[in-house]
Design a binder for this molecule. Structure first.
Ligand code: HEC
Ligand code: HEC
Length: 508
């Protein structure tokens, strides 16, 4: 039905295009291109005006500069392996600036890598590591930390860190509190800290596969892990694993949290989370070609990108793909959850009969409509945040968009070779089918915002081109990203900095 509608609509569009072409022939060939371009610019401008877009989701937000003492401390913490139980993994292991604020992998490998400082493709779980199965140890794709300060409602693919007020105020600081995995669904975590990003930073250290490991901190509660870490970095107490051999953390904590404070006063886990969040929040990368265009530079986008923008914003009835039904506003997300029948690969989250499924938002709410639903991602910097999808099943944007506009055909035509050979796919076909069947039910009941859209090859290319317009060139430049990466001659507070290299040994 929907296919038919969009097809008949396309005929109308063709007829219109024919009329315009005929009209312009009469205008004379010189003005031909210009007037077509004006028409396209006018149409895109109408969408921008209708949606009240400014191009800049950072407007009105008070985000720290990377030069502040807190963000600088956060940078060193983010890069230190001392934050993981057995001292082999840092936050940066899965969120490196030159890897798009992620790890360039479909699914992350955290602790027990065979070469701890190798990031990206070629990072493998050691055969001697706990729960070795040959594939990645983490069941979901690492999202980017870029522009993290622009989320108002939810963090994580399933929103298990969320602002209970759900107002538009910054980072959940709306007085209603923040729910985290430390407390039951819908209740406020009294220790969450100031904002979603601070709250989130309390958790990677508690995940065995990401940072906690299975050695020194094995069996410790989340609160114990945080206690051990503050003792380890603050050089007090008796944390498992003993004191650090090299330790100049105090000075950095004093710079950020009070020069007169002693270790136990300033080297606290709350300050660690706060400083890490300052570092992450300073990663504002919004200067995209799209922003320049919205701000009035009509040369900032190519014709294909402008056509892609129209497809993106227009509804199916208007001949578009209705992407903005979910990828709304200047941050390109409604911060809501949808089952879009995404291909499911990897170990899974322990759901379903085989334990290899990932029920997504359903895991938190228990609501049937949320089964296989994941948070709508931002599309800013999407050019560097692949592989795409919550399990990183796509390494090609073109293939992603084809699947996203027709999930049934997408699964049938899915190219299993695109993901790393070690990614677990034993149950992937059946697990993806389960998500697809659930989505087809939602669609039949009128409960899905994801339409089936028939696109020509050119339209797919136009959408891909528009996606390219959403990336800030800074994130593609090592030089531009340098402030977010400790320099060689910078103090390494514990000698445990991740000196990141790719699989060929080249420094990142
Ligand atoms: C082993 C890889 C790994 C490590 C190490 C790691 N992360 Fe992540 N991170 C992930 C994955 C995977 C997710 C998504 C998990 C989910 O949604 O269930 C994630 C999610 C996040 C998010 C939420 C992003 C969003 O858009 O919602 C933030 C912020 C983040 N991590 C920051 C950190 C910080 C800070 C640290 C260190 C304290 C850290 N990560 C360590 C893999 C990692
Ligand atoms: C029904 C809401 C909805 C609509 C409509 C929609 N998307 Fe999405 N989109 C999502 C969700 C949810 C995800 C994440 C799915 C997952 O990972 O399981 C996503 C993921 C993506 C991603 C991958 C981003 C990443 O970082 O992994 C891209 C790119 C994307 N969408 C582009 C588009 C385009 C282009 C359109 C229009 C053709 C579109 N979306 C229409 C909800 C939607």
């Amino acid at each position: 039905m929907i296919r038919f509608l969009s097809f008949s609509h396309r005929l109308t569009k063709l007829a219109l295009a024919g009329l315009i072409a005929a009209f312009c022939t009469a205008c004379g060939s010189d003005s031909d291109n210009t007037s077509q371009q004006d028409t396209l610019d006018d149409a895109v401008q109408a969408e921008i005006t209708d949606r009240q877009l400014t191009g800049d989701p950072s407007t009105g937000r008070n985000l720290p500069s990377i030069d502040t003492p807190k963000a600088q401390l956060g940078k060193h913490l983010f890069f230190s392996k001392a934050l993981s139980g057995d001292m082999d993994t840092g936050c940066v292991t899965c969120h490196h600036p030159t890897l798009g604020g992620g790890d360039d992998l479909s699914l992350s490998v955290g602790v027990d890598a065979d070469l701890p400082d190798v990031l990206g493709p070629g990072r493998l779980h050691s055969g001697a590591g706990d729960h070795f199965d040959g594939g990645p140890t983490v069941p979901r794709n690492a999202p980017t930390t870029f522009n993290i300060g622009m989320w108002d409602k939810v963090l994580f693919h399933d929103g298990r860190v969320e602002s209970l007020g759900k107002t538009a105020s910054m980072g959940g600081a709306d007085g209603m509190g923040i729910r985290t995995p430390d407390v039951p669904f819908a209740s406020a975590d009294p220790d969450a800290g100031a904002g979603l990003v601070v709250a989130q930073a309390r958790f990677p250290v508690t995940s065995p596969e990401e940072m906690k490991n299975f050695g020194f901190f094995n069996g410790a509660t989340n609160q114990e892990v945080r206690q051990f870490l503050q003792e380890r970095l603050g050089d007090y107490g008796t944390p498992p694993g003993g004191p650090l051999a090299v330790n100049s953390w105090l000075e950095l904590f004093q710079d950020a949290y009070g020069p007169s404070g002693n270790s136990e006063e300033v080297v606290t886990f709350n300050n660690m989370a706060d400083a890490i969040a300052a570092y992450e929040n300073s990663q504002v990368f919004v200067d995209t070609p799209w922003k320049a265009y919205v701000e009035g530079d009509t040369t900032a986008l190519t014709q294909a990108q402008k056509r892609g923008a129209l497809l993106f914003f227009r509804s199916v009835d208007e001949g578009g793909a209705d992407c903005a039904a979910c990828h709304t506003g200047d941050f390109f997300t409604d911060e809501d959850f949808h089952n879009v029948a995404m291909i499911q690969v990897g170990r899974g989250k322990g759901n379903g009969a085989t334990g290899t499924e990932d029920f997504g938002r359903f895991r938190e709410t228990g609501l049937e409509k949320d089964r296989f639903a994941f948070r709508t991602p931002t599309l800013l910097n999407v050019g560097v945040t692949g592989p795409w999808g919550h399990a990183g099943a796509f390494t090609s944007m073109e293939a992603f968009i084809r699947q996203h506009t027709d999930p049934e055909r997408g699964l049938a035509e899915y190219d299993w070779h695109q993901i790393d050979a070690n990614v677990q796919v034993d149950h992937a076909q059946a697990n993806s089918q389960a998500a697809l069947d659930h989505w087809l039910d939602l669609l039949a009941n009128g409960e899905s915002l994801l339409p089936i859209v028939e696109l020509t090859d050119r339209e797919v290319n136009d959408l891909v081109a528009f996606m390219d317009a959403l990336t800030d060139p800074c994130v593609e430049s090592r030089e531009c990203l340098a402030p977010w990466i400790p320099a060689d001659d910078e103090l390494d507070p514990d000698g445990m900095r991740v000196i990141a290299v790719d699989m060929y040994g080249e420094y990142l």
